[in-house]
Design a protein around this ligand. Structure first.
Ligand SMILES: Cc1cc2nc3c(=O)[nH]c(=O)nc-3n(C[C@H](O)[C@H](O)[C@H](O)COP(=O)(O)O)c2cc1C
Length: 414
């Protein structure tokens, strides 16, 4: 029977020392060139001491012209490799595996950061009012360029010492936009039916595999569903997982939701789900029958009892936690050592639909920023305090400071 303390050997040959993973949280702590800052390195040294077997970075952008937020790390060439190397070394100094999560936001980037977004099809987001610019459809040549960019970023991550990468195929970003019939209305080789909609993810996975050593881990974060009418559903997700079985994927992380339906944060989770904590456990149980790779489940886990139960049920192999580790960075070690039975993290809803939930997101971001500065997280911080601090940050850097210096500007191919 698996428990959180048991090691896990992956197909690439790497061994995770336990079943606890820090899931991705966008740190927004890169410098203006898109390289990890000293604060970011300090943050991961702290998480590296926290006991998790696997640390997934926040999403790292593969194209400086299209970033999701201010302060995202960008990996498109070797320019930031020294800082990347120090970052990865800090994260893995105590034995954790450090993987970079690679992402392209597609239409999910506020116009402040991406005034000319690209997407599989020109379908604008239904939330955010005028915050998000409408995307234009990618040309075929641009799609291949993006496939290559994912592969190049993975190769650079490997050279920087990371032991793996995760393709962000969830939460409504570009890969998920390709997967969903509501956002992919193409009628060419990249859309039109489920097989063609998943082609982008499969090509990215193959290209990455071809660019890294066999011992390097390749993971995918995938939505169990988008939870939107006519969108990417759980049967579609099962087919994707089945298809990824042919692609030497080492770990598949299950999540769900998009900016339009932020279920990844537990929004409107039914009571039965709340009891088992994990939001997508029912789906993971179904995925198990088709998955040929280990499964990681992220979203809602807070107590060791629920984690051990999920592992013991055989449905999942790795437990992902995000928000608790923004407030209790040493929680994995405490759970493993038996000094904690679960996270004390307040359960604050987050999402994109309301100002209230955006401010809650800033609250977690502020905890991350505090750790980057070498301070303790502050569970007693008010959300108003987090908002004030964020606005202060904006004023300090100016809105132009939010944009990445290199290559930033209206999309060159526009
Ligand atoms: C501040 C913050 C930033 C996040 N950034 C990312 C990200 O960059 N990539 C990603 O896949 N998920 C991201 N997430 C989602 C988490 O990885 C996770 O799926 C979600 O928070 C649910 O897990 P939890 O209940 O353990 O927090 C973020 C969550 C938060 C709170």
């Amino acid at each position: 029977m698996s428990t959180i303390a048991e090691p896990l050997r992956l197909a690439c040959g790497a061994t995770l020392r336990n079943r606890l993973a820090k899931a991705s949280m966008s740190e927004q702590l890169a410098d203006r060139g898109g390289a990890p800052s000293d604060d970011m390195i300090r943050l991961y040294e702290r998480w590296g001491r926290g006991g998790a077997g696997l640390l997934l970075s926040g999403h790292v952008m593969i194209d400086a012209r299209h970033v999701a937020e201010a302060g995202n790390v960008v990996v498109e060439d070797e320019r930031g490799i020294d800082a990347l190397t120090r970052w990865v070394r800090g994260a893995s100094a105590e034995g954790a595996h450090a993987w970079l999560q690679l992402n392209h936001p597609g239409r999910q980037s506020p116009r402040l950061f991406d005034p000319a977004p690209v997407a599989p099809s020109a379908v604008p987001l239904e939330v955010g009012g005028g915050v998000f610019a409408a995307p234009r459809a990618l040309a075929e040549g641009e799609i291949w360029d993006l496939v290559e960019r994912f592969a190049r970023a993975a190769a650079i991550a490997e050279r920087a010492g990371a032991t793996g990468v995760e393709i962000h195929g969830a939460h409504g970003y570009l890969v998920s936009q390709f997967l969903s019939p509501t956002t992919n209305r193409r009628r060419d080789a990249w859309g039109g039916d489920a097989a063609r909609r998943r082609r982008f993810l499969l090509e990215v996975t193959r290209a990455i595999r071809g660019a890294v050593a066999p011992g390097f881990a390749v993971a995918v974060k995938l939505n169990s569903a988008d939870f939107q009418r006519g969108g990417f559903g759980d049967d579609d997700a099962l087919e994707v997982i089945e298809a990824l079985g042919d692609e030497r994927v080492d770990l598949l992380e299950v999540s769900g939701g998009t900016y339009e339906r932020a279920v990844m944060f537990g929004e409107s989770a039914p009571e039965s789900t709340r009891r088992r904590e994990a939001f997508f456990l029912d789906f993971a149980e179904r995925a198990r029958s088709v998955a040929r790779m280990p499964l990681m489940l992220t979203g809602g886990f807070r107590t060791r009892a629920a984690m051990d139960a999920a592992l013991a049920s055989g449905a999942v192999d790795v437990i992902g936690m995000a928000r608790p580790l923004a407030v209790e960075p040493e929680l994995p070690a405490a759970l493993l050592g038996g000094t904690s039975l679960g996270a004390h993290t307040p359960r604050l809803a987050t999402g994109w639909k309301t100002l209230d939930s955006i401010v809650t997101g800033l609250w977690y971001q502020e905890q991350i920023r505090r750790m980057g500065r070498g301070l303790e997280p502050s569970a007693s911080l008010s959300r108003g305090g987090a908002l004030v601090s964020y606005v202060g940050e904006l004023l300090r850097h100016g809105t132009s400071g939010l944009r990445h210096r290199r290559g930033f500007g209206p999309s060159k191919e526009a």
